[in-house]
Design a protein around this ligand. Sequence first.
Ligand code: UD1
Length: 419
Amino acid sequence: MDKLLIEGNGPLTGDVRISGAKNAVLPILTATLLGSTASRINNVPHLNDVTTTMSLLGRMGCQLTMGDNMQVEVDPSTINDYAAPYDLVRTMRASILVLGPLVARYGQAEVSLPGGCAIGARPVNLHIEGLRAMGADITIDGGYIRAKAGRLKGANIHLETVTVTGTENLLMAATLARGQTVIENAAREPEVVDLANYLTAMGAKIQGAGTSTLVIDGVDDLYGTDYTVVADRIETGTFLVGAAASRGKICVKDTVPSNMNSVLDKLTEAGADITIGDDWIELDMHGERPQAVNVTTAPYPDFPTDMQAQFCVLNAVASGTSKITETVFENRFMHINELQRMGADINIDGNSVTIKGVERLTAAPVMATDLRASASLILAALVADGETSVSRVYHIDRGYERIEEKFHQLGAEIRRASD
Ligand code: UD1
């Protein structure tokens, strides 16, 4: 298994280009199943979760072609199997995103239940209830969700919790249903908007993307199209926090600043000098130590849970004491134990942590436990004295493209090694 070796060596400086968003490309790739012809998706990041999604589509019988320039063409017309087996769903929970498209277009699906996960129970009850409201017959049997349906029918669905992939599954299903579907308390994340834009380009009729009410008028057919995936706001935020924690100055390119407001507000509060262009963000700490900032995670447009771990690191080396509260997922503090081993002064109390900033952390062997937790360990290593080794790097390869190359470009001493 690979590990990353990182020497804490001064501030991040320079430019870095942001890849396509993991959480947008995954639903978009599964949405290709809704088309009667092939789609070409551009700005696809090289991530393990993308490879898993492509394996899933390939096993179903879709034809996949990789272009030279981060393009993937998916032709769903040869599909002959409607299952997402446990061995793939186990490695990537987002495999559940095939459920809506398969039921809507092919009237059948067999998808393994995702089961427990390192960051809490993460049920999919709302995906299932919504599809049932649209007329799907769904049973849970032997760890599998088995769905059958004729043409789905439009429904009024009120989601009791804001769920990103739940909203996406129901949005995809509704595009081919007979009549109108209204999804209330829908997720407003930019990745939901990107999916809605792709579906609209395929011929779907969707209103309200980016608001909490989606209105979808079902159409008879959708057609493949050419689409470019939005930039990854979590990757953007991760580099910016790395620069802020290490008192650096970086410019993040090919990103969408308007999707970053809650994170940029907190970085400004932490003392960062931020300049924004059309598709770039520059952050300059002027060599100063960051100030501690309080953070509470919540669905978009509030502060993203996927940036919580990174802000724990920022606060761990900031001046002052801060409180970080996690309201989206239970058990999402797995990184805290590892940060404590690196000398961070952090106390966990239920779904909050109190962090007293220290000047520097100390290198230690640490273990990645989930995707964003592992990103935070890399950031911690950048501001630690000595060489940190981060093991179980496969977590980070699920969601960050060429992570060591990009950090290296910003001046970090980081390399990959085998155990
Ligand atoms: C997505 C993102 C993930 C991000 C999360 C929250 C993808 C591929 N993943 O995950 O990176 O951390 O949004 O922004 O886009 N819930 C239920 N019932 C359901 C579904 C969800 O109770 O049927 C609860 C969950 O337990 C959780 C909350 O809703 O407490 C939010 O989860 P959800 O938005 O569904 O997360 P994901 O879509 O899995």
